[in-house]
Design a protein around this ligand. Sequence first.
Ligand SMILES: [Zn+2]
Ligand SMILES: [Zn+2]
Length: 254
Amino acid sequence: MTSSWDLRIARAGELAKKNSAVSELLEFYQRLARFQKSVYQAVESSPDHDLAILPRHFPALLSLIRESGSPALQESAQALEHASAEERLDLLTGFWQHEVDLDQLPPEYGFFAHALLQPYAEYLAGRTNASTEASPPLCPFCGSKPQLAVLRPEGDGAKRFLLCSLCGTEWLFRRLLCPNCAEENKDHLPVFTAAEFDYVRVDACDTCRTYIKSIDLTKNGKAVPVVDELATVSLNMWAQEHDYQKLQPNLFGV
Ligand SMILES: [Zn+2]
Ligand SMILES: [Zn+2]
């Protein structure tokens, strides 16, 4: 059976070949996803699934960043190189419990924390059933913001789900509802698409000026939402130019 990590790695490779503008980003993502897969497997086989097992994966992540990270990530990697095991665990715990004062930390630290916490959270979330009919704006499992929306075929139409930015939980969410400010008037919820990616939409809100991207699996069943969201960063630039803020930047800060 192909794991969901393998699907992501394969899809990133496929899209990197097709789209030279994002090939570097997707190849970097591929390396990162291989690392995250190894963390996931380590969490899976650990007896107690305690957060304390994560710091031991820091060295591999730091060396991946030294080899292929951006200059800003490399700088933070250097600082984290000198952090003690305890400081590294504190960083992870702070992000996991949503108790981090983001203004006090270099923004790149969020990358390291999320790179390690995502596979951990995804493993834990996969063992529980946090589904809900109530359209909550935050993940019903871990309380994080959604990374993107997914439209899945349902009868003749599609149902909309939000995908958690940390643990990968998908939860049902009403189609005409802003996940940021709860606006529900469709006249204030414009949808934008670009001709080159007809299955990816920018779902915007004119009331709070935020947007979330939706991957429409009824139009492209091969899409792997997290990867296709990355491969279409040109839409993020477009939205930003039109004065919309992304509800939750992805792991790479875009
Ligand atoms: Zn979550
Ligand atoms: Zn809104």
